[in-house]
Write a protein that binds this ligand. Structure first.
Ligand SMILES: NC(=O)c1ccc[n+]([C@@H]2O[C@H](COP(=O)([O-])OP(=O)(O)OC[C@H]3O[C@@H](n4cnc5c(N)ncnc54)[C@H](OP(=O)(O)O)[C@@H]3O)[C@@H](O)[C@H]2O)c1
Length: 398
C-alpha cells in the first residue's frame, strides 16, 4: 500500500483529491499498487468545502503526516514558500518523496532541494510549478538528455495575459481589466506577483536552470512587469498590427545567458499572437530537436492537479532517480541584451539620444517613440531619471 500525505486542500489540493478518487482504480491497475490519500493538512478543519471529504482525513497537525511511517509520499499544495520549505525539509528528515506545485518554493530553493532529495534517493517533483496543465518539466527533462537547449520563450502567467487580452479586445482600462480578473477569481486580491512579473520570473528561472544546465538565480533575471502598460500603449501598438504580451525569454550562447521577463509587442506572424486570455505557451529550441511548442491552461483546479498527479505516477513508478540539474557555471550576459523598444514618457522630461530614435509616434504629452536596436540597460539607465509611473517600455519582437 502506498500512502500519501496531502498538504493543502484549496483549489489545487481539492482538485488532486477529486481526480485521485475518480481515477484511483485505473491508477492502481497500471501501477500495480494500492494507493491511498491517508491524511490532509489544512489550516481550518471546520471550513465548508466545495469538494466533500471525510472529515477524519483532515488535520491541522503536520506531525500526523510526517511522523506516520506508513506515509511515503508528500504532496505539497499550500501557498507559502517558507512553510513549504519547512515541509520539504521535514519530508527529507522522515524519508518521504516530495511533490509540489509551489513555484515560489521551487524558485527559491531549486538547487538545494534537488541535491538534498537526490542524496537520499528520494524524488523531488514539481511539474505543476510551471505552466499549470502544460507538461513542460517532464518534456524538458526528456529533451536535455540529447539536446543543448539554446532558447526558451514563454507566456507563463495567465492573469497578466487575461488583462492584456481584455484591454486589447475590449479597449477597457488597465484598472477595469484587473478588476474584472479579480471578480472572476483569475487574479488575487493582491496581484503584485503577477502584475510585476515576479510569477513569470520564478517560472523562467526554473525552466532555464533546468534547460541550460546552469544555475540561473532570480537576481540574474531582468524583470519588467505590466504595471505601467496602459490602454493607450496597447491601442497605439494595435494600430501598428502589434499585440502586447508579457513574455519570458531565455537565450544562451557561448556560455553566456540572457534571461528576461518583458512586456513585448508581437505581430500576427508570431506564434504567441493568438495565445489569449488565460492560455500559456512554452516554446524551446534544442540543437537537435529544433523548436517545440506547448500550449495549455496555465492554472486552474483540475489542470494544475492533473500535473501534480502526473508527478505522483512518476514517484510511484520504480525509476532510478537522479537530479536533472547541472552546474556548468555559465555567466550572466544580460548586459548585452539589445532590441527595439516602444517608449512612452508622460512628458518629455528626459533627453533621449537622437541616434536611439527610429520613429516618433507622438511629440508631446505623451512623448512616444520607437527606438532603433539599442541595449536595454542603456535605455533603462536613461529612464531611471524619471519616476516609474511616468513611463512605459515595451520590447518590439515581431
Ligand atoms: N490555483 C492554481 O491554479 C495554481 C496553479 C499552479 C500552482 N499553484 C500553486 O499551488 C499552491 C496552492 O495553490 P491554491 O490555489 O490551491 O491555494 P489555496 O486555494 O489558497 O489553498 C491553500 C490550501 O493550503 C492550506 N494552507 C494554507 N496555509 C497552510 C500552511 N501553512 N500549512 C498547511 N496548509 C496550509 C489551506 O487550508 P484551509 O483550506 O484550511 O484554508 C488551503 O487548503 C500555491 O503554491 C500556488 O502558487 C496554484
Amino acid at each position: 500500500m502506498i500512502n500519501i500525505g496531502l498538504l493543502g486542500f484549496g483549489t489545487v489540493g481539492a482538485g488532486v483529491y477529486s481526480i485521485f478518487e475518480e481515477r484511483k482504480d485505473y491508477l492502481e491497475l497500471i501501477l500495480q499498487e494500492d494507493i491511498n490519500i491517508k491524511k490532509i493538512l489544512v489550516k481550518n478543519t471546520n471550513k465548508d468545502r466545495k469538494v466533500k471529504v471525510n472529515p477524519n482525513l483532515l488535520t491541522i497537525n503536520e506531525d500526523d503526516i510526517f511522523l506516520d511511517e506508513e506515509i511515503g509520499i508528500i504532496i505539497e499544495v499550500t501557498p507559502s514558500a517558507e512553510d513549504a520549505y519547512r515541509y520539504a525539509k521535514k519530508a527529507l528528515q522522515y524519508n518521504k518523496h516530495f511533490i509540489t506545485s509551489n513555484k515560489a518554493l521551487v524558485s527559491a530553493y531549486y538547487e538545494e532541494l534537488s541535491t538534498l532529495f537526490e542524496q537520499k534517493d528520494l524524488k523531488f517533483l514539481y511539474e505543476a510549478s510551471v505552466g499549470g496543465a502544460i507538461p513542460i518539466i517532464r518534456e524538458m527533462k526528456e529533451q536535455i538528455k540529447l539536446n543543448e537547449i539554446v532558447n526558451i520563450r514563454a507566456i507563463l502567467n495567465g492573469t497578466t495575459n487575461y488583462i492584456l487580452t481584455n484591454i486589447y479586445e475590449k479597449n477597457i482600462s488597465f484598472y477595469e481589466a484587473l478588476t474584472k480578473a479579480q471578480d472572476l477569481g483569475y487574479a488575487e486580491q493582491n496581484p503584485s506577483d503577477d502584475i510585476d512579473g515576479i510569477d513569470s520570473m520564478r517560472k523562467i528561472r526554473i525552466l532555464s536552470t533546468l534547460g541550460f544546465g546552469t544555475s540561473i538565480i532570480e537576481d540574474d533575471i531582468l524583470v519588467n512587469g505590466i504595471g505601467n502598460v496602459s490602454s493607450y500603449d496597447i491601442e497605439t501598438l494595435k494600430q501598428k498590427g502589434l499585440k502586447v504580451k508579457l513574455i519570458a525569454s531565455a537565450n544562451v550562447l557561448n556560455g553566456r545567458y540572457e534571461v528576461s521577463v518583458l512586456p513585448t509587442a508581437i505581430s500576427a506572424k508570431n506564434l504567441f499572437y493568438n495565445i489569449d486570455y488565460r492560455k500559456n505557451i512554452v516554446s524551446f529550441t534544442g540543437d537537435k530537436v529544433g523548436e517545440l511548442s506547448f500550449i495549455g491552461e496555465g492554472a486552474g483546479m483540475y489542470e494544475t492537479a492533473n500535473s501534480v498527479l502526473s508527478d505522483l505516477i512518476e514517484a510511484i513508478s520504480n525509476e532510478d532517480y537522479s537530479s536533472p540539474l547541472r552546474a556548468r557555471g555559465f555567466q550572466n550576459g544580460i548586459s548585452g541584451l539589445k532590441g527595439s523598444f516602444y517608449i512612452r514618457i508622460s512628458n518629455k522630461m528626459i533627453d533621449i539620444p537622437g541616434d536611439y530614435i527610429k520613429e516618433v509616434i507622438s511629440e508631446e504629452n505623451p512623448f512616444v517613440i520607437i527606438t532603433n536596436e539599442i541595449g536595454i540597460l542603456d535605455i533603462m539607465d536613461n529612464l531611471s531619471e524619471i519616476g516609474k509611473e511616468d513611463y512605459s517600455i515595451i520590447k518590439i519582437d515581431e
